[in-house]
Design a protein around this ligand. Structure first.
Ligand SMILES: O=C(O)CCC(=O)C(=O)O
Length: 254
């Protein structure tokens, strides 16, 4: 990130009120170039399932590869300036929970409204989680901008589909969220959206002939114990990495 001031109190208040924030801070030119190179390579080497490549900050990108950090990706996900932003929102003790490279090819479909915190990801464990969703190249409305519903992190919404039917965490019925207030967030390469784990979000289709890449890093406060037994599937065994401060809650990192 280009070193700059921390979030203002106004930005922090806006985040708490609206459930998301687009900070002024962005990745440095060098980091943007690195992220672009890594992202294009990773998608090219995952031709069968390029849409959501989990945890590239771990070698082989799988949750079961413990304690093996992929240095270049980890460098982006644990950038001190990024952590400074996260620290202002969830406190000084920070766990890197997961990261995902999201790829939307030309003519790729919309991502439906959902929230990442949902019944099978126990909100008691993840309610303070934040995501930094970083545009790898420019992300505009035409090529699949991320959309959020402001203030949806504090409102109830109806979750649809059974757990097995869902390809994403917590789909919500759009009628139950106030879709008319949705905000489409266009970003230049290296800019980012920070959003709450309960914020309803999705993304537009990619109507363009250019691929859309975004890298999302998700963080938890190490002040709380993360109860793996409350989480389904791969998320249960996923490695947690303490990226700042200390663990004060007895979290299990391996
Ligand atoms: O990038 C997208 O299209 C969806 C991203 C998303 O759902 C997320 O970061 O949780």
């Amino acid at each position: 990130l280009i070193p700059s001031n921390l979030l203002s109190q106004r930005e922090i208040d806006g985040y708490l009120q609206h459930g998301y924030l687009v900070p002024n801070q962005r990745l440095s030119e060098t980091d943007v170039e690195t992220l672009q190179r890594l992202s294009v390579q990773l998608v090219a080497s995952n031709p069968r399932a390029p849409e959501a490549i989990r945890s590239p900050h771990l070698v082989a990108g799988t949750a079961s590869d413990r304690r093996t950090i992929e240095a270049d990706w980890f460098h982006i996900a644990s950038d001190p300036n990024l952590l400074d932003i996260v620290e202002q929102l969830i406190g000084p003790d920070i766990i890197l929970w997961t990261s995902t490279l999201f790829y939307k090819p030309p003519l790729g479909a919309a991502t439906p409204w959902h929230r990442d915190g949902c019944p099978f990801v126990d909100l008691k464990n993840t309610e303070s989680a934040v995501t930094a969703w970083i545009a790898v190249f420019d992300v505009m409305r035409e090529n699949g901008a991320l959309r959020v519903i402001p203030k949806s992190h504090t409102s109830g919404s109806v979750i649809i589909g059974t757990e097995n039917e869902r390809h994403i965490a917590g789909p919500v019925h759009p009628c139950k969220s106030d879709e008319s207030t949705a905000v489409d967030l266009e970003l230049r390469a290296g800019e980012m959206i920070i959003f709450d784990v309960s914020t309803v979000h999705g993304s537009l289709p990619n109507y363009s002939s250019c691929s859309r890449y975004a890298y999302a890093a998700r963080f938890l406060p190490a002040a709380r114990a993360f109860d793996r037994s409350s989480v389904a599937g791969l998320a249960r065994s996923r490695e947690l990495i303490l990226v700042r401060g200390r663990d004060v809650a007895g979290n299990i990192f391996a």
